[in-house]
Design a protein around this ligand. Structure first.
Ligand SMILES: Cc1cc2nc3c(=O)[nH]c(=O)nc-3n(C[C@H](O)[C@H](O)[C@H](O)COP(=O)(O)OP(=O)(O)OC[C@H]3O[C@@H](n4cnc5c(N)ncnc54)[C@H](O)[C@@H]3O)c2cc1C
Ligand SMILES: NC(=O)c1ccc[n+]([C@@H]2O[C@H](COP(=O)([O-])OP(=O)(O)OC[C@H]3O[C@@H](n4cnc5c(N)ncnc54)[C@H](OP(=O)(O)O)[C@@H]3O)[C@@H](O)[C@H]2O)c1
Length: 364
């Protein structure tokens, strides 16, 4: 059964471009994915992966190794359908800047048409091979990007994949301005342009199966991408076989309020599901804590230390972390002190959480 799309979502932007023929619902000034006035889109279970019945085999030989059953939505996940030698050629449908003009750096949200040929799950990534040749005259290598849309995609038809990309620009030791190859290729893509896609890849960041789980999401900057995809599935979509009724708690760290990503969408989710969704921002260059320290994501988390620690002691709590590599140590540091209050060694505790798929990290 076809999915009825009705997520009321907008991506306000100062610069945005879209492909009119393919995405007539999207206005160039205010990208809007509205199709009907409700906040839901319905997905019949027919569209979800079928479970094949498994018959037990009786044997007198050595006992079969017990197969580990993942607590994540891993069944039927596809990886590496498209390899670098034969990438899928997608089409850019829309590319829009989602940070303010005064933000330090630019982040863009882009939607690629896939005709449903790149099936992916929330939490996976895709590879992009930028056009052109490297300094040795060889084709560029692929770069990975976390998928920012739910499996249904921003248009709700399972025929698109979206990314959230920061344009990399830095000054090298010689004082020259250097532009990152792939991020600039992507941020400059115009609607209608072809884009070489590989993958999908990754299982670390797949969502928990348990619809009543506590899901704590820790993001810096574009590390928000996988969590936007989780949260659309949890709060903007309706499935016969999945209804999120746990607690989704997002912490997002950005430099300035003009760099807050997808804030309007998160506000809509909070209004719609106040008992199931919490969001806390850490705006590092505008906010400080009571001690006057810079407000990093871990600084904001420290304000909820007791509550977070109590949640972490529960079997149905899952933590996901995505973004800058540096955040991992910062978050570990606060966890060490929280665990120590209960006489628990955080390193060992985290090892157990990781083993139970409750501590999931993808930082770069
Ligand atoms: C699993 C995964 C998911 C990712 N998801 C995303 C995502 O969702 N969004 C996103 O924007 N990015 C994401 N990335 C990062 C992305 O893959 C690219 O690395 C990033 O876009 C930069 O690529 P580029 O081609 O623009 O830069 P390149 O041309 O590859 O240049 C990068 C190189 O420039 C150098 N460099 C960078 N900054 C500086 C500096 N300040 N000073 C000196 N040298 C510097 C370093 O040598 C670095 O390796 C992800 C990475 C991984 C591994
Ligand atoms: N799956 C992945 O591996 C994955 C997915 C998506 C993105 N990424 C990568 O994640 C990075 C995100 O960068 P961005 O440019 O999008 O982010 P950004 O907009 O610059 O925001 C990053 C925020 O994190 C803060 N920060 C810096 N150091 C920190 C630390 N040690 N602990 C906690 N917070 C810290 C920054 O503060 P200040 O700047 O004020 O210091 C800023 O507020 C990029 O390198 C991107 O390539 C990786």
């Amino acid at each position: 059964m076809a999915a009825a799309v009705s997520a009321a979502v907008s991506l306000p932007s100062s610069q945005s471009t879209s492909l009119p023929a393919r995405t007539s619902i999207i206005s160039p000034e205010r990208v809007n994915f509205n199709k009907v006035s409700l906040y839901y889109r319905n997905v019949s279970s027919a569209s979800s992966a079928k479970v094949a019945p498994i018959r037990a085999q009786v044997t007198t030989e050595a006992p079969a190794k017990k197969e580990k059953i993942s607590k994540k939505q891993e069944e039927g996940v596809i990886v590496n359908k498209y390899k670098p030698k034969e990438p899928y050629i997608g089409k850019c449908l829309l590319n829009t800047k989602i940070t303010g003009d005064d933000a330090p750096g630019e982040t863009w949200h882009m939607v690629f048409g896939t005709e449903g040929e790149v099936p992916y799950r929330e939490g996976q990534s895709i590879g992009i091979i930028p056009d052109g040749l490297d300094k040795n005259g060889k084709p560029h290598k692929l770069r990975l990007y976390s998928i920012a849309s739910s499996a249904l995609g921003d248009l709700g038809d399972s025929k698109t994949v979206s990314l959230c990309v920061k344009r990399l620009v830095y000054t090298n030791d010689q004082g020259e301005i250097v532009k990152g190859v792939c991020s600039n290729f992507l941020c400059d893509l115009k609607p209608g342009a072809d884009v070489k896609i590989t993958g999908p890849v990754g299982k670390e960041m797949l969502m928990p199966k348990d619809p009543n789980a506590n899901v704590i999401m820790l993001a810096t900057g574009t590390g928000i991408a996988p969590f936007r995809s989780f949260l659309w599935k949890m709060f903007f979509e309706k499935y016969d076989d999945y209804k999120f009724n746990g607690l989704a708690w997002l912490f997002l760290g950005v430099p300035t309020s003009s760099s807050l990503l997808y804030k309007d969408e998160f506000e809509k989710m909070k209004n719609k599901s106040p008992d199931n969704f919490r969001v806390d921002y850490a705006v590092s260059r505008e906010q400080t804590n009571a001690q006057g320290e810079k407000m990093y994501i871990q600084t904001r988390m420290a304000e909820y230390a007791e509550e977070l620690w109590e949640l972490l002691k529960k079997d149905n709590t899952y933590v996901y972390m995505c973004g800058l590599k540096g955040m991992e140590k910062g978050i570990d540091d606060i966890m060490v002190s929280l665990a120590a209050r209960d006489g628990i060694d955080w390193v060992e505790y985290k090892r157990q959480l990781k083993k139970g798929e409750q501590w999931n990290v993808e930082v770069y």
